[in-house]
Design a protein. Structure first.
Length: 399
C-alpha cells in the first residue's frame, strides 16, 4: 500500500480551492476588502451653505386685461366706414366706426340757423330798449330764446359727434361683429378693445397669510400655455375684505407684457413672495436620508469618517433644503453613495460639478431606496401641505 501514488483528484483539490479564493478576492470591491482595516467608500459630497430664502405662497390665478371695453354705439344708424383692421393697435381717440350722419348734420344746420335768427332778434330788442323804443320783456324773451337755440346747437353737435365712434384708450382691437352697411342700434356690441401691457393677474391667498399681505409684494407667474415660461411683476391692489366662503383674500398684480405673449383669460400659476430670510443653512436635497423616525444626513468629519446625523428640515425649493437643526454652515455632507455607508465608515470624497454644486444625477436616498430627486418646490415631505396655496420657498445663493 505504501507504494501507491496519490490520485490526481486528491492532489488537485487544494490548488483549485486556492485559485477560487484568489479569484473571488479579485472580484470583491475595495470597500469590502478594506473591512479589516476600516471601510473606504467613494462618495459625492457638498458643503452646507448660507443662502437667502424667499418664503412664497403658491396659488393659481387668471390673467386680465389692464383695461378692456366693448365698443357700443349710443345712437342708431347705418355704418358707413370702418377705420381699423382687426388685431390692430390703436391710440386713444383713434376713429373706429363712422355712422350715417346725414340726418344729424341737417339737424345741426337747422339749429344753427335758428340760433342765428335768435341772436339777431336779441340784438334788435337790446338796441330798441337802449333807445327807449322797446320793452324789457321783449329783451328778456329774446335772451331766453337765444339761450334755447344755443343749447339746441350744442345738442345737435353732440348727436353728430356720436356718429363717430373712437377708441377710449390705447389698446389692441379685437374681432369686429359688424360690417360696413350694417344698421346698428344703441348698445349693440361692435368690437372689443383691450390694453394688455401691462397685463393683470388676479389670484386669491388663504386668509392665514393676511398679516403678511401688502402692496408691492413680488410675484412670479408660470403660464403652462406658454411652455411654462415665467414672468415677474408686483402686487398693486388687494381686496379690503376676505371672501367668507373661500376664506381667502383677492389680490391683483401687474405683469409687463411688451411682447403681448400673455393674453387675458389664460390660466397661470402664481408664486407670491411673502418675505426674505438671509443666511439660511441649506444643503442639497440629495443629502437627505429619510427613515421611519425622521430625516438624517451623513456628515463627513475631519478624519474623513461619516456620522449619521438627525436633522430638522425647513422649507424645500428646487435642489436645496433648509436645515433648521443638526448641521452648521460649512460642514460637509454626503450627496451620493449613502446606500453603501454605515456610521463610522471612512470615505473618499469627490465634489462633482465643483464646490457646492452636487451632481444632478446623484440619487436621493429615501427609506433605504435609491430614487432620483425631483427638485420640486413646496414644503418638505411630511411638513404638511396647506391646501391649494401651501407655503414653499425659493432660495437665492447668498453673497
Amino acid at each position: 500500500m505504501s507504494g501507491l501514488k496519490p490520485s490526481a483528484t486528491a492532489t488537485g483539490w487544494p490548488a483549485s480551492l486556492a485559485a477560487l479564493v484568489l479569484g473571488v478576492g479579485l472580484l470583491l470591491p475595495s470597500s469590502v476588502l478594506a473591512q479589516g482595516g476600516g471601510r473606504i467608500v467613494p462618495v459625492n459630497v457638498a458643503d452646507a451653505e448660507l443662502r437667502a430664502v424667499d418664503t412664497v405662497v403658491d396659488v393659481v390665478g387668471s390673467l386680465l386685461a389692464n383695461e378692456t371695453v366693448i365698443v357700443r354705439p349710443e345712437i342708431a344708424g347705418r355704418i358707413t366706414a370702418i377705420s381699423f383692421e382687426e388685431g390692430q393697435r390703436v391710440a386713444k381717440g383713434d376713429l373706429l366706426f363712422t355712422l350715417d350722419d346725414s340726418i344729424y348734420a341737417a339737424e345741426l344746420e337747422q339749429d344753427e340757423a335758428a340760433l342765428l335768427l335768435s341772436q339777431r332778434t336779441f340784438d334788435r330788442a337790446r338796441e330798441l330798449l337802449q333807445r327807449g323804443a322797446g320793452t324789457a320783456r321783449s329783451r328778456d324773451e329774446a335772451v331766453s330764446q337765444l339761450e334755447v337755440d344755443r343749447a339746441g346747437v350744442e345738442l345737435a353737435r353732440a348727436r353728430l359727434e356720436k356718429t363717430r365712434l373712437r377708441a377710449p384708450f390705447e389698446g389692441i382691437v379685437g374681432l369686429r361683429r359688424v360690417s360696413v352697411g350694417a344698421y346698428v342700434t344703441p348698445g349693440q356690441d361692435l368690437v372689443d378693445i383691450a390694453d394688455i401691457d401691462p397685463i393683470k393677474v388676479e389670484f386669491r391667498v388663504p386668509e392665514r397669510y393676511s398679516a403678511q399681505l401688502r402692496e408691492g409684494l413680488e410675484v412670479e407667474i408660470i403660464v403652462d400655455a406658454l411652455q411654462g415660461r415665467t414672468f415677474s411683476g408686483s402686487v398693486y391692489a388687494l381686496s379690503p375684505v376676505a371672501d367668507v366662503e373661500g376664506r381667502s383674500i383677492a389680490m391683483r398684480a401687474r405683469i409687463p407684457n411688451a411682447e403681448s405673449l400673455l393674453r387675458p383669460g389664460l390660466f397661470s400659476r402664481v408664486r407670491l413672495v411673502l418675505d426674505t430670510r438671509e443666511n439660511v443653512v441649506s444643503v442639497p436635497e440629495q443629502a437627505i436620508v429619510t427613515r421611519a423616525d425622521g430625516r438624517y444626513v451623513y456628515r463627513v468629519t475631519a478624519g474623513q469618517t461619516v456620522e449619521f446625523v438627525k436633522v430638522r428640515l425647513g422649507v424645500r425649493q428646487p435642489g436645496w433644503v433648509e436645515i433648521v437643526e443638526g448641521i452648521a454652515p460649512g460642514e460637509t455632507v454626503v450627496t451620493a453613495g449613502q446606500l453603501k455607508l454605515r456610521p463610522g465608515d471612512k470615505v473618499r470624497a469627490a465634489r462633482p460639478g465643483g464646490q457646492g454644486a452636487p451632481d444632478g444625477t446623484a440619487p436621493t436616498v429615501i427609506d433605504g431606496q435609491n430614487r432620483s430627486g425631483s427638485g420640486g418646490g413646496g414644503p418638505v415631505s411630511g411638513a404638511g401641505n396647506a391646501g391649494p396655496a401651501a407655503a414653499a420657498a425659493t432660495v437665492r445663493q447668498g453673497s
